[in-house]
Structures are given as structure tokens and as C-alpha cells.
Design a protein around this ligand. Structure first.
Ligand code: SAH
Ligand code: SF4
Ligand code: F3S
Length: 441
């Protein structure tokens, strides 16, 4: 019998890549590769990449550089790049990186097995980066491996049509294509039978689900159907675009008992002039109105956000408007990014005369403000007893269990492993930056 082949996989970027990486694992397993946790002795190395900011892209080339000596030692090693940098760079990447064998774009995972065989049998280096269209929907939503986890992502929509002026995603992920609702439900039911208790519906903009000609139902209608799946405990979704947050969807937070009281609703900026230049499709006032409506139907809902600091032309006054919005909304958490010009995007052409040091200063001030707001939430939660869905044993190896509150906050506590997969009441006893310590109540 031949020796088992090994493969090493590293995943960068967002929820879309996490799902794609599961598929990569499935493909490699079918070709008799076993997953290992170090690239040093692997027969196949796969990087599933992200190019959302320049730094993410640079990181990929940094990682690839590390594999060059490995390839020199073992010329049979196969090095592959998948995901958004692969899509952005295409064949050019093979020219730039002589020890790279495979460039597999975001719509091309169905060709990955064949590409591997081409390299294995003919040492043929290959790049595949064509986009599929809605007619080839099945390939965009392939079958999944069974799961032994309590929580799981389920893709409902691929691509993005929004073309926010700073963003490369529509260029590397193609046009929006929704998955048929029957297929989504079928997958949710199958996951349920495997023991999954919480699902997160994912897409770059889930609120566009079902909005195109030929689609059947709205995202809110899909949520209602999933809410009716027996045995499922919780539903989340990610990411929502504020301009497409319909009244019907807002109402779901008041009606669907399984829908968690958390929404990630990235605002990006607080000044109307900047929102316009970003082509976000909503004003500050409209955004605040949607937050108010969410809190009206679901007073306990917690909101998180993404914010970009230093968009071209952002003035000091614009920045203060974002700071003011953060104080007004009181997000439970925000993810702050320094603007990064991306090739092919409209904003990359805009003049940008704000010095980097000033942007950094604004960035630091924003972090400090949010730290205070987030800290307040976490401190005032201490003492409360909350339902926690137990997901598994703590990653710190402390012998504890961990789970999440409806707000997606991690809680570590002592308990029996038999509780995994169940919702239990936990009293929060101490707040840390990234988690709470709790005790079974
Ligand atoms: N689809 C999601 C976001 C996807 S990208 C949405 O529309 O909200 C995740 C986050 O990265 C974005 O919300 C934005 O804050 C940030 N981002 C995207 N492009 C960026 C860029 N060029 N520079 C800095 N941050 C960026
Ligand atoms: Fe990018 Fe905007 Fe699409 Fe989000 S909605 S992925 S920020 S273009
Ligand atoms: Fe990155 Fe691609 Fe996601 S650019 S954020 S991995 S869609």
C-alpha cells in the first residue's frame, strides 16, 4: 500500500472562506490526503486567501515565501493558492511565484481535484479563475461534509453586487446568486440530524437574498421557515447591509424565538458625505432610524459594526461624526479598519491627502472610545443569568466548557461534557476582554 499523502491548509479572511475551506478539506480527503497541522512535511500545501486590504494580500506572498525552501528540498511538494488573492491575480501569480503550482479562483473549486491530478501526473502548473453564472448555481453551493460541531455556517448567497467604492469583494467574488430555499432547508435539516444546534446563514450581503428575478422567497421568509425546523436552537446571520434591512426582516427579531438577539450591521462611517463617497446607499439618519426600529421590536438586541477610518477625503469633522454615531448607537463591539486602497475599485482613484499619522491618531481614538463602551456592556452583564448554548470544551485547555450567549459573547464555565449541544443557564461572574467567566446557575 502506498503511503498516505498529507496536506496542510491555512484559511484567511471571512466566513465565505471558512465554508470554502471545508470544501477543500473534502476534496483533498477524497484524493486520499490527510490533514496535518504543519507545512513542513506536507505533500500538498493550500492557502485559502483574502485580499480585503493590502496587508492581507501581502501576507499571502509572505507565507508563500516560507514554502520556497520546502519545495527545493522536496520537488514533489504541491503548492496551491485558492480564494480571493487567487481570483484577483490569476495566472500572473504563477509567473510571480515559480514554486507555486495551482491558482484556483473563488468559483473554481469544482476544478480543484482535476488541477491536482494535472500537477501530479504531468507537473502541469495551472490557473483557473473564470466566474460561474446563476445557471451553474449548484457548483456555487456544493454538498457539504457531515459536521460534528454544535454550530455551523450555511451559505445562502454568493457574491456581491453593491460595489461600495472601497471594496474589492464584488471584483473577486462575482455577482450575487441566491441558493434555492429548498436546498438551504434541506441542509439545515441534515445538520440538525448530525447534532448541529445553531446555524449561521452566511453571505457577503444576506439581505439581498431572494431579490433577483427567478428567486422565490425573501430572506425574512427563509428565516421563518428555518425557525420552524424542530430541534434547532438558534439562528444567526452575517453580514447584513443596512440599505437592504427590510421592515419584514426587522420584524423577525420580534417574532422568531430562535433568532439570536444580535445583528452585525456595518455602518462604515458616520458622515453623510463619506457614506455617499463610499456609495453605501443610506444616510446617517436612515441608519439610525433602522437601529431605532430594531430596538423597538427587540429591546435587548445588541448591534456590532465595521468602521473604516481614513477613507479618502475624510475630514476631521467627518471623523467626529463617526465618533458621535458610535456614542449614539452604543455598539456592543466594532471592528475598525484603516482604509486601504484596492486595485480596480473606484475609491483607489480618489485623491487622499490625509497624513498616515493623522489617520492612525483617529484610529487609536476610536479604539479607545469603543473599548470604554464595550467594557461597560461587559461589566454590567456580570451577575446576570443568561441562556448559553454549550459548544464544547474550552480552547484554553482549562477543562472548562465554553458556549455563547444570544449576543454571541463567549462564556467559559465548569460543567459536564454531557451539556455540550444544550442551552443551559449560566451566571456571569467575571468579564475579560474577549470572554466572560461564568458558573452554572
Ligand atoms: N459584506 C460586508 C463586509 C465585507 S468586508 C458588508 O458589506 O458589510 C469586511 C469589512 O472590511 C467591511 O465591512 C469594511 O469595514 C472592511 N473593508 C472592506 N474594504 C476595505 C478597504 N478597502 N479598506 C479598509 N477596510 C475595508
Ligand atoms: Fe464590499 Fe460593500 Fe459588498 Fe460589503 S456590500 S462586500 S462592503 S461591496
Ligand atoms: Fe477576504 Fe474574500 Fe472574504 S477578500 S473578506 S476572503 S470575500
Amino acid at each position: 500500500m502506498s503511503r498516505m499523502k498529507t496536506f496542510y491548509l491555512e484559511t484567511f479572511g471571512c466566513q465565505m472562506n471558512v465554508v470554502d475551506s471545508e470544501q477543500i478539506v473534502g476534496i483533498a480527503r477524497q484524493l486520499d490526503y490527510v490533514l496535518v497541522d504543519s507545512p513542513d512535511r506536507a505533500d500538498l500545501i493550500v492557502l485559502n486567501t483574502c485580499t480585503i486590504r493590502a496587508r492581507a494580500e501581502r501576507k499571502v506572498y509572505g507565507h508563500l515565501g516560507r514554502f520556497k525552501p520546502l519545495k527545493q528540498q522536496r520537488p514533489s511538494l504541491i503548492v496551491a493558492v485558492c480564494g480571493c488573492v487567487a481570483q484577483q491575480e490569476g495566472r500572473r501569480m504563477l509567473e510571480k511565484t515559480p514554486h507555486l503550482d495551482i491558482v484556483c479562483g473563488t468559483h473554481n473549486l469544482h476544478l480543484f481535484a482535476d488541477m491536482l491530478r494535472r500537477v501530479q501526473t504531468r507537473r502541469e502548473r495551472c490557473a483557473e479563475v473564470s466566474f460561474l453564472d446563476a445557471g451553474q448555481r449548484r457548483r456555487l453551493f456544493p454538498e457539504r461534509l457531515p459536521s460534528d460541531e454544535v454550530t455551523r455556517f450555511v451559505t445562502v448567497i454568493q457574491g456581491c453586487d453593491n460595489f461600495c467604492t472601497y471594496c474589492i469583494v464584488p471584483h473577486v467574488r462575482g455577482r450575487e446568486v441566491s441558493r434555492p430555499s429548498a436546498e438551504v432547508l434541506e441542509e439545515v435539516r441534515a445538520l440538525m440530524r448530525q447534532g448541529v444546534r445553531e446555524i449561521t446563514l452566511v453571505g457577503q450581503n444576506v439581505n439581498s437574498y431572494g431579490c433577483k428575478e427567478g428567486d422565490e422567497i425573501s430572506f425574512a421568509a427563509l428565516l421563518r421557515q428555518i425557525n420552524a425546523v424542530e430541534g434547532l436552537e438558534r439562528i444567526r446571520f452575517m453580514t447584513s447591509h443596512p440599505k437592504d434591512l427590510s421592515d419584514e426582516l426587522v420584524a423577525c427579531f420580534g417574532e422568531l424565538e430562535k433568532l439570536c438577539k444580535h445583528i452585525h450591521l456595518p455602518v462604515q462611517a458616520g458622515a453623510n458625505s463619506v457614506l455617499r463617497a463610499m456609495r453605501r446607499g443610506y444616510s446617517r439618519e436612515q441608519y439610525l432610524d433602522r437601529i431605532a426600529r430594531l430596538r423597538q421590536v427587540c429591546p435587548e438586541i445588541r448591534v456590532t459594526s465595521d468602521v473604516i477610518v481614513g477613507f479618502p477625503g475624510e475630514t476631521g469633522a467627518d471623523f467626529e461624526q463617526t465618533m458621535d454615531l458610535l456614542r449614539q448607537v452604543r455598539y456592543a463591539e466594532i471592528y475598525t479598519f484603516l482604509y486601504s486602497a484596492r486595485p480596480g475599485t473606484a475609491a483607489a482613484e480618489l485623491p487622499d491627502d490625509t497624513p498616515a499619522t493623522l489617520k492612525q491618531e483617529r484610529f487609536d481614538r476610536m479604539l479607545a472610545l469603543q473599548e470604554e463602551i464595550t467594557g461597560n456592556y461587559h461589566e454590567s452583564d456580570v451577575g446576570r443569568v443568561l441562556p448559553v448554548l454549550v459548544e464544547g470544551s474550552s480552547r484554553q485547555g482549562s477543562g472548562q466548557l465554553f458556549g455563547r450567549t444570544t449576543w454571541n459573547r463567549i462564556v467559559n464555565f465548569d460543567g459536564d461534557a454531557a451539556l455540550i449541544g444544550h442551552v443551559v443557564p449560566v451566571r456571569l461572574v467575571r468579564a475579560f476582554r474577549n470572554s466572560h467567566l461564568g458558573e452554572l446557575a
